[in-house]
Design a protein around this ligand. Structure first.
Ligand code: SF4
Length: 166
């Protein structure tokens, strides 16, 4: 049995980033032979094009919202609904390996803007998909490729995904 890991699709798999890019991520590449990846790109999966204007997170009325700042189009509900449906339907998984700093996938370090979008709030946020994954699977490792550069986080992630593996 191989652990089933939800992987951000822009990590080695497909050039789906806002700028049409792909991330060359060595760690997820090394795991390829030992795990089964289920890929996800919340932004493209809700119909956003590649390339696309980048979205950002900001805080409004104590809630974190996702917008595209030029058009001010608000994607919050679409991404949240998509995330909830994905998590309900994905079946048994053993962990998440997501893209750092993304307003959708970043685990803890997405930039968070003030309501007027003129400056950053001190302190960062989880991306909307990553937050839903952590809420839904509080007992599973949910990490991003940036955090996994830390030896201890990487060791903990590997221990957990292989010990949870059924
Ligand atoms: Fe898609 Fe997430 Fe990668 Fe952004 S970070 S391109 S939403 S998979």
């Amino acid at each position: 049995y191989k652990p089933r890991i939800v992987l951000s699709r822009c990590l080695n798999i497909e050039p789906v980033r806002y700028n049409g890019g792909i991330v060359n991520d060595e760690f997820s590449k090394k795991l390829l032979d030992y795990v089964e990846y289920i890929t996800v790109c919340p932004e493209v999966d809700i119909g956003m094009p590649v390339p696309r204007p980048s979205v950002l997170l900001y805080k409004k009325d104590n809630q974190i919202r996702m917008i595209e700042p030029n058009s001010m189009k608000d994607y919050t509900e679409e991404i949240i609904n998509y995330s909830e449906n994905f998590l309900k339907s994905v079946g048994d998984v053993d962990g998440f390996l997501l893209k750092a700093k993304s307003p959708s996938c970043g685990v803890k370090d997405a930039k968070l803007y003030q309501e007027n979008l003129k400056g950053l709030i001190n302190g960062k946020s989880s991306g909307l998909f990553a937050q839903k994954a952590m809420d839904h699977y509080s007992y599973l490792p949910v990490e991003d490729e940036g955090r996994l550069n830390d030896y201890w986080i990487r060791r903990d992630f590997l221990t957990k995904i292989f010990s949870y593996a059924r």
